[in-house]
Design a protein around this ligand. Structure first.
Ligand SMILES: [Ca+2]
Length: 234
């Protein structure tokens, strides 16, 4: 009788441990200055070395799989400047927890020209889900506000003071992809203003864990029923 009871408890424990595994979707993007010799962050980061791109496949960070998600950049600028890693990120600032250990991802960046916009679009996302979007925009000599918007929801950010000096970054919560190809679009440009910078970006989704599987529920009920029957026999 003890072995049956032990089996039921084990089933319940397995069900609880299974429920703790949420489904994670995590795309980490490193925008790279085309002249830098800085190493890439490695792992399953997506390093984008070109200033314009169309449909570049992205790798999901957790699994290392490419799942139909891709990135395009339209630059409405005459050129992008060459960056110095020391001016892109103050390494004493911790930054987001999702950065690589060396912070290579934020020590280079794209940087727009004065008064013009650029658009970074990630496509192939699920239009029934809401994602977290995080953007690092940091450069030491840009002490003015720039406009950044995701899906048309904008915020102003000072890439010199907030980004470089204070080590802050931007977040957008509950971002829902739109259009037939499931797009999330980041537009960066002037507030009237200065050169926008984009160092790194993350698109993240953590779904709720699945409900306890039916066999585990039967195991719990089986244990209760067994105890009841034993009491009746006593
Ligand atoms: Ca970068």
């Amino acid at each position: 009788m003890r072995s049956v009871k032990t089996l039921a408890v084990m089933v319940a424990v397995l069900a609880l441990s299974g429920a703790a595994h949420a489904v994670v979707i995590d795309y980490r993007i490193d925008f790279e200055d085309y002249t830098t010799s800085l190493p890439d962050p490695g792992g399953n980061w997506n390093t984008i070395p070109t200033q314009t791109a169309t449909g570049v496949p992205l790798t999901e960070f957790t699994t290392g799989l490419s799942t139909g998600v891709n990135l395009s950049i339209v630059k409405h600028v005459a050129s992008w400047a060459s960056m110095s890693p020391a001016n892109c990120w103050k390494t004493a600032n911790p930054g987001p927890a999702w950065l690589d250990v060396n912070k290579y991802a934020v020590q280079d960046c794209f940087r727009g020209n004065w008064g013009l916009h650029a658009t970074v679009t990630v496509s192939g996302l699920d239009t029934s889900k809401a994602y977290l979007v995080e953007v690092v925009g940091s450069y030491s000599t840009d002490p003015e506000l720039c406009d950044y918007s995701v899906q048309g929801v904008g915020q102003q950010f000072n890439v010199g003071v907030q980004g470089y000096t204070n080590g802050q970054w931007m977040t957008w919560l509950n971002v829902v992809p739109t259009g037939p190809t499931g797009d999330i679009a980041l537009v960066l440009g002037p507030a009237g203003s200065t050169n926008p910078a984009i160092n790194a970006m993350r698109i993240y989704l953590e779904e709720a864990p699945p409900p306890i599987a039916e066999p585990a529920m039967l195991g719990l009920f089986g244990l209760t029923g067994l105890a009841a029957r034993r009491r009746r026999r006593a």
